[in-house]
Write a protein that binds this ligand. Structure first.
Ligand code: ADP
Ligand code: MG
Length: 274
C-alpha cells in the first residue's frame, strides 16, 4: 500500500434548514493513495461538489475529518497542497493564456512553489500543447484549449492533490474523449494524485484506478470498485494505452449501473432538493 495523499473519515455536511434535516452527505470515508486517480461518481445533486469544497477547506465539515498525508508531512498548508479544477475554465478574459497560467503562481499560498516562475510557465505551456496560443486571450481559444490552460494554471503550482469537479462536462464528446486521454498522460508524466468528480459512468471507468459511487440521500459512498485496467494502473510499468471497452471493465460497469441512482426517491427527498 502506497503513501496516503488524502484520508476522509466519517465526513458529513449539513445545512440548517428551517428545522428540517438538511444533510447533504454523511459517513463518507475515502482514501486516495499517492499517484492514484480516484473517481467520485454520482448523480447530479448528490453532493459531489460540496464534498470537494470541504476537502479543499473552502467550507467546514459538519462532522468527520480530512487528513492530507503528504501536505502535513511537508508542512504545506492546505491551500497550497491542493489544486482545484472546475467545469468552467474560469480564465480571466483580460489576460493572455501565459498570464493566466502565471497567475496560479502569484496567489500568496503559491509564492515560491517553483524556483523559476517563467521557466515553469513556459514548460507547462509546452507540455500542455499551449505554446502556440500563449499570447492568445481566452475568447480566442477552443473549449479544449481553455480547459487545458485552466488546468495548467492549477498544475503549475505542483499541488500534492488535484481535485477536479466535472472538468470535461461542458465539452463536446470528441474533445472530451481527447482531453480524457490527455489527462491520463499528464497524470502519468507528472505523477499527479487526483480525486475527480463526474456523473458519467464511462468517464469514471476510463479515468479511475478506483471508482467510488455516491448516492442515496443523505448521500454516502455506496461502494468502491477497482477498475483493474488491462494496461495496469496509471503510471504502471507497461505503459500501454487504456481501452475504453476493456473486457475487465464489463463486470464493474454492470455492477455500477445496478447501483447508480439517477433519481432521488420522492418519498425521501427533502423539499429543498431541486
Ligand atoms: P453535485 O455536485 O453532486 O451535483 P452539490 O454538491 O452541488 O451536488 O449539491 C448537493 C446538495 O446540497 C444540493 O441538493 C444542494 O441544494 C445542497 N446544497 C449545496 N450547498 C448548499 C447550501 N449552501 N445550503 C443548502 N443546501 C446546499
Ligand atoms: Mg457539482
Amino acid at each position: 500500500m502506497g503513501a496516503i495523499a488524502l484520508r476522509l473519515s466519517g465526513a458529513a455536511k449539513r445545512y440548517a434548514r428551517d428545522g428540517r434535516d438538511g444533510t447533504v452527505f454523511e459517513h463518507v470515508d475515502i482514501e486516495v493513495e499517492r499517484g492514484e486517480v480516484v473517481v467520485l461518481l454520482g448523480p447530479s445533486g448528490c453532493g459531489k461538489s460540496t464534498l470537494l469544497r470541504t476537502i479543499a477547506g473552502l467550507e467546514p465539515l459538519s462532522a468527520g475529518r480530512v487528513e492530507l498525508g503528504e501536505a502535513g508531512a511537508a508542512g504545506r498548508d492546505r491551500g497550497r497542497a491542493i489544486g482545484i479544477g472546475f467545469q468552467d475554465p474560469l480564465l480571466l478574459p483580460w489576460l493572455t493564456v501565459a498570464q493566466n497560467v502565471k497567475l496560479g503562481l502569484r496567489y500568496r499560498a503559491n509564492r515560491g512553489a517553483v524556483p523559476n516562475a517563467r521557466d515553469a510557465v513556459d514548460e507547462i505551456l509546452a507540455d500542455f500543447g499551449l505554446t502556440a496560443v500563449a499570447g492568445a486571450y481566452p475568447d480566442q481559444l477552443s473549449g479544449g484549449q481553455a480547459q487545458r490552460a485552466s488546468l495548467a494554471r492549477t498544475v503549475v503550482t505542483r499541488p500534492s492533490l488535484l481535485l477536479l469537479d466535472e472538468p470535461f462536462a461542458a465539452l463536446d464528446p470528441r474533445t472530451r474523449a481527447a482531453l480524457q486521454d490527455w489527462l491520463l498522460g499528464v497524470v502519468r508524466e507528472r505523477r499527479l494524485t487526483v480525486l475527480l468528480v463526474t456523473h458519467d459512468v464511462e468517464e469514471a471507468l476510463y479515468l479511475g484506478d478506483r471508482v467510488a459511487l455516491m448516492g442515496s440521500r443523505p448521500s454516502t459512498i455506496i461502494r468502491t470498485w477497482d477498475t483493474a485496467h488491462a494496461s495496469g494502473p496509471t503510471g504502471g510499468a507497461n505503459g500501454a494505452a487504456r481501452q475504453r471497452d476493456d473486457d475487465r471493465l464489463r463486470a464493474v460497469r454492470r455492477e455500477i449501473l445496478v447501483h447508480y441512482q439517477t433519481d432521488v426517491p420522492a418519498s425521501t427527498a427533502p423539499s429543498w432538493v431541486i
